[in-house]
Every structure is written in structure tokens, then in C-alpha cells.
Design a protein around this ligand. Structure first.
Ligand code: ADP
Length: 223
């Protein structure tokens, strides 16, 4: 099943690249504008393949426990603030209004910075990919409870049906309606494995289709 999915997901952009290259070869792209459009599409499809191969590589290394984690004690609130700063342009470009509810107090956890950045990048990418068209927003909230720190990443996007909330953490799983949006179905699977290696938990909440999605990350406090 996995192999069938990977082959299908890689085949689609490859077929499309071949089609566009043939179009150029046959002279169909006969104006500079058309040529640019064709080249942009080829580049975008190659990026889809690149992303997918990178995700596959990370996912399989995590599954095989071949990724080394370098933990340090760090303030998760400062870390999430820095992350949002790095992503600010991306949110602006997508007209996403950012609401920052990150606690002003320091909250120390054990963190592999590079890996945890991947978790938040995957969650932020999803909030962008599955946003709604009018007034999309993203709210980040953190608070300390239950001997650890909760980070809530809430979008007001397309939402997820309750029956899908668990499935989406399986590798390669994509909710049907997402097929037209680029993605490998690996982002949440990777995020889950990384968060669990930190001794934490991750889950999604949604009030249903069209009602937004909240990703919750819980990390135990550093002792
Ligand atoms: P990908 O986004 O590459 O498909 P993910 O593992 O990141 O893979 O997500 C799995 C599926 O979960 C997505 O295909 C999408 O259907 C659903 N999903 C994830 N995040 C969101 C979100 N913020 N809003 C709506 N659906 C989401």
C-alpha cells in the first residue's frame, strides 16, 4: 500500500514535468509568457518531488531510529517566538493574520532545536496549505500545565472531520479532499515521531469541516 502511494505521488509530478518539457520541445510554448509559465510549472513540480524525497528520507530515518537527537535545555516560549519570526514573511505572503498568545514567562523543556523546528514548520505549512480563502488566521498559544508546556497552533482553515483526526498521523495518509493540494502525507507522521522522541505528545482537534484545526503539542518540563 505504501509503495503504491509513493509511486503514485512521485509519478504524478514526473508525468507532468515530461508533458511540459515535450510541450516546449514541440514549440507549444511559443511566446515568452507561455515559456515562463511552462518553466515555472516544471520548477514547481520538481520542488514537489524534492520535498517528497526529503520527507521520505526523514520519515524512514525516524522509523529506523537512525536520526541522532541532540537535546539541550531551552525556553520553548522563546523558541516558538523565534520560529514565528522566521515564518513571518510566509504568513504575510499568504495573507494569514498571526495572533501571538505565547506566554511571556520562560518555560524550560528538553529540545533538539533542529528537529523541533521541523515539527513547527510542518504544522505551519499545513495551516498555510489548508487555510480558508477569506480572512485566514493563525493563533499560537502556549501555557504551562500538567508538568509541561502546551503549544496550541490554531488555524481557521478547512478543518478536519472527527473520524480523520487520528488517521492523519499515519505516514502517507491524506484526507481525500487534500489530494488537489500538494503534499506527501508525511508531515504529521514526522512531527509525531519527533515530538514523541522528546517525551511529548501531539494531536489535532477540529470542530469539523470548515471550522478550523488546532494542533496541540505537549512537551514535559525539563527537570
Ligand atoms: P500533507 O499535508 O503533506 O498531506 P500531513 O501529514 O502534514 O501531510 O497531513 C496529513 C493530512 O491531514 C493532510 O493531507 C490534510 O488532509 C490533513 N491536515 C493536516 N493539517 C491540516 C490543517 N491544518 N487543516 C486541515 N487539514 C489538515
Amino acid at each position: 500500500m505504501l509503495l503504491a502511494n509513493i509511486s503514485h505521488d512521485l509519478k504524478t509530478p514526473i508525468t507532468s514535468i515530461k508533458g511540459y518539457v515535450e510541450g516546449i520541445r514541440d514549440g507549444v510554448a511559443d511566446t515568452p509568457e507561455k515559456m515562463n509559465r511552462y518553466l515555472d510549472t516544471i520548477h514547481a513540480k520538481a520542488e514537489v518531488i524534492d520535498d517528497m524525497v526529503n520527507n521520505l528520507s526523514t520519515f524512514s530515518k525516524l522509523e529506523l531510529s537512525r536520526l541522532t537527537f541532540n537535546f539541550e535545555t531551552a525556553d520553548i516560549n522563546a523558541f516558538v517566538n523565534e520560529f514565528l519570526e522566521d515564518y513571518r514573511l510566509d504568513f504575510e505572503k499568504n495573507n494569514i493574520k498571526l495572533i501571538n498568545n505565547i506566554s511571556a514567562d520562560a518555560a524550560y523543556v528538553k529540545l533538539d532545536r533542529e528537529k523541533m523546528s521541523r515539527v513547527f514548520a510542518n504544522l505551519a505549512d499545513n495551516a498555510v496549505k489548508y487555510k480558508r480563502e477569506d480572512n485566514p488566521s493563525l493563533e499560537i498559544t502556549t501555557f504551562t500545565r500538567d508538568g509541561g508546556v502546551y503549544v496550541y497552533i490554531s488555524d481557521n482553515g478547512i478543518g478536519i472531520e472527527e473520524k480523520e483526526l487520528q488517521n492523519v498521523f499515519d505516514g502517507f495518509y491524506r484526507v481525500d479532499g487534500s489530494r488537489s493540494i500538494k503534499g506527501s502525507g508525511l508531515g504529521l507522521g514526522i512531527a509525531k515521531q519527533i515530538v514523541e522522541k522528546h517525551g511529548g505528545k501531539i494531536w489535532l482537534k477540529s470542530d469539523g469541516l470548515g471550522k478550523g484545526t488546532t494542533a496541540v503539542v505537549y512537551l514535559p518540563a525539563a527537570c
